[in-house]
Ligand binder design. Sequence first.
Ligand code: NOJ
Length: 965
Amino acid sequence: MAGSRSLKQRLPLFLTVLTILACIISPVGMYPMSVKHENFKKCSQSGFCKRNRAYADEAVASGSNWKAPYELDSSSITLEDGYLRGIVIKSTESGEKVRLPLTVSFLESGATRVVLDEERRLKGDIELRHGSNIRKERYNEAEKWTLVGALTPNKVASFSPEPETGFTKVLYGPENQYQLVIRHAPLELLFQRDGETHVKLNDRGLLNLEHWRPKVDVPEGETAPEDESTWWEESFGGNTDSKPRGPESVALDITFPGYEHVYGIPEHADSLSLRETRGGSGNHEEPYRMYNSDVFEYELNSTMTLYGTIPYMQAHRKNSSVAVFWLNAAETWVDIVKSKSTTNPLSLGLTGKKTTQTHWFSESGQLDVFVFLGPNPQTLSKTYGELTGYTQLPQQFAIAYHQCRWNYVTDEDVKEVDVKFDRYQIPYDVIWLDIEYTDGKKYFTWDPMTFADPKGMQEQLDESERKLVVIIDPHLKNENGYPIIDELKSKDLAIKNKDGNIYDGWCWPGSSHWVDCFSPAAISWWKGLYSYDKFKGTFPNTFIWNDMNEPSVFNGPETTMPKDNIHYGNWEHRDVHNINGMTVVNATFQGLVERKKGQLQRPFILTRSFYAGTQRMGAMWTGDNQAEWSHLAISMPMVLNQGIAGFPFAGADVGGFFGNPDKDLLVRWYQTGIWYPFFRAHAHIDTRRREPYLTGEPYMQIISQAIRLRYQLLPAWYTAFHEASLTGIPIVRPQYYIHPEDEQGFAMDDQFYVGSTGLLAKPVVAKDQESVDIYLSDNEKYYDYFDYTIYQGGGKWHNVPAPLEKIPLLMQGGHVIPRKDRPRRSSGLMKWDPYTLVVVLDESGAADGTIYVDDGESYDFEKGAYIHRQFTFVDSTFISEDIGSKGPKTDGYLKSMSDVRVEKIVVVGAPAEWEQRTTVTVIEDGAKGATHASLQFTRGESGKAAYAVVKNPNVGIGRSWKIEF
Ligand code: NOJ
């Protein structure tokens, strides 16, 4: 007893020594690290956030006495050509009447856009402080970077002003099914579908547009009527923001009556279904923040901001989904509370038990919000995508496996890694170079000592159709004689500080300047830098990684740029911050499309920072995660959320960026990473090497099996990307998205479907876990992907075995899954390989699916050079039909693909009577007559489904055919 007591007493000291030792021996890898909270603002440290939260608190405290000071002047309302216009009057405490022009656009897509601006600022009738010459208007150019279409108004919107009742009603949308009810005073907007209110704006009266006012010096000894402490200047972490326009935030409450779940507003390391933010058990204390930042060692289950922003939120309840998009590029916060639903006459027929109330506030800019009435997640993805663009159809290689680390240190190193992948027969498509390849962190150069022969290196990669991605960051080393910086200065293309001089900050190269990709001249210069002539040592198989584009500034406030910095057009950085990263990607994208005149190629760009619209130009990843199980687990909700928010080409660093994963974690990470639309392993410079072939057996085999599964399913992945590029539908889809009627799945974010294939995955993301519980919503049979074990669906949970070597993956009955089964070194080498089609029959013996194929690199698909087929299995007949449309390049492409055939068809859940059959009849369009192929039936035993294999039916993947079983 005495001995054990003394051990316990000594334990704390022992642990402290151990911790210190661990830190000395290994700064990364042994213990979870955590963010430095003091470097990032909490709401209470951000003036406008604090003010708007206080405003909301006051409203709640005042209850029914709360007087929201905004009303729509009834006499000002007009409706013309699909635009409703009017003047909203804000009455201030001092009796001032501030005029705010309101425009509501009813769009053909059924979406509605509500814009509120400030008349005085629109007219330029304000004074700026500190002699600043920045713009006087509220920022109104976010749409220029973000929106690409669907702004055509629906001219038939019908209008019934009822001035005497104080309401205006507008019927709009498809067949006038939607109605907007505007209450004039206080202003409130109710969006109704089929007679029910689904979205309410300013229902809680939290609309707050901080109008311009001059700074009046309060005589000494007196106090200002309002708390002005955060109006005119703000300091944080030793930096002072000069705020030349004073307070100018915009805020609004948005309520989803009867909706318990909301999703979206990336980027946060949090659950898919967003949590409440006003405290209480299991809830957050802070609002979700969106202010693109380089957050070192970010924490999980947090509302802290990360690298990118998409201010788009989807709300879901049983059988109904709606959404809003808050088009604002300034720092933004969103509070979420959920309350018990109350029935009110305007929201008849509520089905959800709870109502979600959200409160949005941005530091500057006009109020610009889109409302989408669904009615389901698919229509929302489509309508939102029409506005901001769909995901780019990537090159084929871009959806295969990427091998990265900071850094592959020489060209010889790259070549050796390349050879080793082959030696160990592990496929990969792309190898990456982080910042060390450059000559002293000067982008667009190569270190002459370590990368003396980029050409030879890339020639070797090219032999197996592999690609190289090199990093190019937007901070440019301020060093005399570096031609890029000299041009940046002489052409006046850099971001300026508040005094109008080139802004100088600290990043990887030390003292740096930042290219201002808001400027058309900067865009055309930056574009030009990627031409093969300029960026020597790059070739058609070199692609680009834009990192640190939040922008990350090591010595800047909150590791970014001062808000009073100035961009092209005299806009403050404050106004455009969240778009900055996207402008860099935009300029890079334009550069990569045509690096040599006449040679068009689909670009591939990875970006860390993003905004709504970036999905049109590349992929994103979730930044600097850690080699911890918790980081593996959160990666899937984060990736799923990206898909909901219209940017599905997303992934996380496989293996974890900081730290050294143990082998189990690394294996499980690969088994999860194969489900990220963007699948890349990456690691910090201080970590140990962990290429899959270094892991030893059995880990190497298990990892390579996982990567091979990704390669086998590439035809299905490419088809899913194609679908996303046309409809905005996520590539990996959360449970609620597929089963919008089943409440059990609304908060699920650890199991998901891959494209429209019916493949349902639930990776293991916890240590020592040897099985997973999978929930099957619909009344279908599901089958284990590998051994066809049957799992009956219908609101049921199943425990699926998942020892380390097993990837939990089920196939939902009713689908056709296209695959390529021949193992190759890279996806490029699979181009002419034959296909396998897996037909997974449903309860009625039917299945369907699609495939999309093109050359995987050029834009010829826009001229019809592609194959798009519909597969249908019904009444024991399997057919392939063309669902593409013809273009000038269709015939040529089909001809080039005529030798690409189907080599195998597997029918899972095959009927017992097939046991007697040995052949199937094959009829291909254009063939001389029917042929036969062999059918091999295997009986279903011990819980496994029967299946049948047709060997070599030899039908063309691009042809119409029919196979009779
Ligand atoms: C930060 C990125 O997040 C990381 O992936 C990269 O390795 C480093 N920058 C160095 O470029």
